[in-house]
Design a protein around this ligand. Structure first.
Ligand code: SF4
Length: 328
């Protein structure tokens, strides 16, 4: 049994439109995935592809419109409120915007200690000692304990947020673009910190990012999302070395320096993702796909195994029999 399992997971939102009825759009659509204990799954894709919504669904922070999420075998939707609260101590999230994630008036030490109090640590002395340990673990000077968030740098604030997330010793953490707002040099430090903490604490994670250069350094496997669906999944080194889905190829081609030996010429991904309220028929990527065939506008390809440990959703790769006759 995997630590986190999603089956047919979906989430609809009502999108408001001026002078017209709201329209339902699928931010996440039919996602199946599994995350093993101690493993990092990167979830990548362009802005608006549904990766942050997927992260919240995996934690039960958003109710699913379809499908299910199981954490350590427990169906999140079937849990009572106290049951979900208890499970929450084992699942945490780290956001990109640290100023929004932290209380501007509260000393950071108290914010790190807060989850300990919420989850039952009644002794202030023990909370203080644990807060000092957490601060040291994330590379923060304990002398900063009484500072307010605005008195710290962006990198220090992200360390505070990570320390607070780890206070309850979670077994699963969602990192939602945790370094996107930081300078490149600070990004590298925070990535190294996440890797070190994961090695010492053994938590599993979902690492959400639009930046493939970052993902390469943190993830074991990668799931590529396009308009709410996973279109390719596999071990990160293999997917980067030999991307199978045309969308993954385009994403990786746009940052050639992440593939050793690849020609330095930068490729541009043509066009923009479709408006989710006007989803293309068939494969949602077909209006932008350089390999599109007639069948692609008619039938949506499912995610299917293409080799050991790898899956993709593309007629070219998974359904050649139905694709090939369309050329005739
Ligand atoms: Fe391109 Fe067709 Fe594959 Fe979609 S199914 S990625 S349009 S070849």
């Amino acid at each position: 049994m995997s630590l986190v399992e999603a089956h047919g997971l979906g989430r609809m939102f009502a999108a408001r439109r001026p002078f017209r009825k709201p329209v339902l759009i699928a931010a996440v659509n039919g996602v199946d995935l599994a995350i093993e204990r101690g493993e990092t799954l990167a979830i990548v894709g362009e802005s608006g592809c549904g990766k942050s919504t997927l992260g919240r669904l995996l934690l039960g922070l958003l109710p699913a419109s379809a499908g299910s999420v199981r954490f350590d075998g427990a169906d999140l939707a079937a849990l009572s409120a106290p049951g979900l609260r208890q499970l929450r101590s084992r699942m945490q999230i780290v956001f990109q915007n640290t100023l929004a994630a932290l209380d501007p008036r509260m000393p950071v030490g108290r914010q790190i200690a807060e989850p300990l109090a919420i989850h039952g640590e009644t002794q202030q002395g023990l909370r203080h000692a644990e807060t000092e340990r957490l601060m040291r673990d994330v590379g923060l000077d304990t002398a900063l304990m009484e500072r307010r968030p605005h008195e710290l740098s962006g990198g220090q604030r992200q360390r505070v947020v990570i320390a607070r997330a780890l206070a309850t010793r979670p077994s699963f953490v969602v990192f939602d673009e945790p370094v996107s707002a930081l300078d490149v040099s600070v990004q590298a430090q925070i990535i190294a910190l996440i890797r070190k903490l994961q090695a010492s604490s053994g938590f599993a994670s979902a690492f959400i990012s639009h930046d493939l250069r970052v993902v390469r350094h943190v993830a074991d496997r990668v799931a590529v999302m396009y308009l709410g669906r996973i279109v390719e999944e596999g071990p990160v080194a293999e997917v980067f070395r030999n991307p199978a889905h045309p969308y993954t190829r385009a994403l990786i081609g746009a940052v050639p320096q992440i593939r050793p030996g690849m020609k330095a010429k930068r490729q541009r991904l043509a066009g923009e993702p479709a408006n989710p309220s006007q989803m293309p028929s068939g494969c949602a990527f077909h209006p932008r796909c350089p390999a599109a065939m007639p069948v692609c506008a008619k039938a949506s390809p499912g995610l299917a195994d293409i080799s050991a440990g790898r899956a993709a959703a593309c007629h070219l790769l998974t359904d050649p029999q139905s694709a090939i006759p369309q050329f005739a």
